[in-house]
Design a protein around this ligand. Structure first.
Ligand code: AMP
Ligand code: FE
Ligand code: ZN
Length: 286
């Protein structure tokens, strides 16, 4: 069993890279990809833990982007190398965009009567990419809401009173950056992209043309119909169907490590297929 989409305390997960890999080992996963938002800083710790515990750790990252005014997430897997300096610098800039946005959201919340201070987010900021789940967590600690999901529902989700948008990369730029860094780009959770079937087809077609390698078909929020639709797109555009839980630990209790769509484990062959594509691309380059 494997899992190709997980988060740690380096972004908005509740587990340190070590704790995450320990859980993976305990439930019998053979490989996990660590894919924090906008940072690769948790990877050395995850790789070391993987080595120690006999779990293969695939270094990864997840970045948010937009195409045709629709936003989506892209996973990048460094199956044949390590992230480049250029990518690291771009990720640092993306974290600055986050920090700006977070500050404005905290201002909005204060106007709404829910003051937070910098200390509330400081612990999260120590590590890496701070985001809305951390703001939600701080609101729970202050007793403003009873859960992170309530914070999202009432204040933090897109369009809610405290929500502020942030700058993000364009699809072409994100794909170019990942590929230049030796990463295999995979479209994350297509089923939750806010578009219709034609829109998704268009996105996947444009992304495939720009070097997309895979599409995350097996995902907890994908129902049977969505999985079928994603598998169809994979076939049509010659993409590897992949899968991941998007585990965030206690921050997102419904996403369970190793579990993809329909409560099923993520098939091992997904990783073997991805590796095939990575080797293929490497051969063509060299
Ligand atoms: P941000 O990166 O700050 O835009 O926040 C995105 C993060 O918030 C992702 O990890 C999402 O999984 C999480 N998220 C989005 N919507 C919700 C929600 N309704 N409840 C809990 N977490 C959410
Ligand atoms: Fe995501
Ligand atoms: Zn994710």
């Amino acid at each position: 069993m494997i899992d190709l989409h997980t988060h740690t305390t380096f972004s908005d997960g509740s587990q340190t890279p070590t704790q995450l890999v320990e859980e993976a080992a305990a439930i019998g996963l053979t490989a996990i990809a660590v894919t924090d938002h906008d940072t690769v800083d948790g990877l050395p710790e995850a790789l070391a833990a993987g080595e120690r515990l006999g779990v293969e750790v695939i270094p990864g990252v997840e970045i948010n982007l937009e195409h045709d005014r629709v936003t989506m997430d892209m996973l990048g897997y460094f199956l044949a190398g390590a992230p480049t300096e250029e990518l690291q610098q771009e990720l640092a800039e993306l974290r600055v965009y986050r920090a700006e946005r977070n500050l404005r959201m905290v201002e909005r919340l204060a106007e709404l009567g829910f003051p937070l201070d910098t200390a509330d987010l400081a612990a999260a900021a120590e590590n890496g990419a701070v985001g809305r789940p951390h703001i939600g967590e701080a609101m729970v600690r202050r007793g403003y809401v009873s859960s992170i999901s309530e914070a999202f529902e009432l204040y933090l989700r897109r369009g809610a009173p405290a929500w502020v948008d942030r700058r993000r990369l364009a699809l072409g730029r994100a794909l170019k950056l990942l590929r230049a860094s030796g990463a295999l780009p995979v479209l994350a959770h297509p089923g939750i992209i806010r578009t219709d079937a034609a829109g998704l087809n268009h996105i996947v077609r444009d992304a495939a043309r720009a070097g997309l390698a895979g599409i995350e078909c097996y995902y907890p929020l994908h129902d049977a119909e969505t999985v079928t639709r994603c598998l169809g797109l994979a076939q049509k555009y010659a993409l590897v169907p992949t899968g991941g839980s998007d585990s965030h630990g206690t921050v997102k209790p419904k996403a369970r490590l190793g579990v993809g769509s329909l409560d099923q484990p993520i098939p091992d062959e997904v990783l073997a297929d991805l590796r095939c594509v990575a080797e293929d691309r490497l051969r063509r380059l060299g």
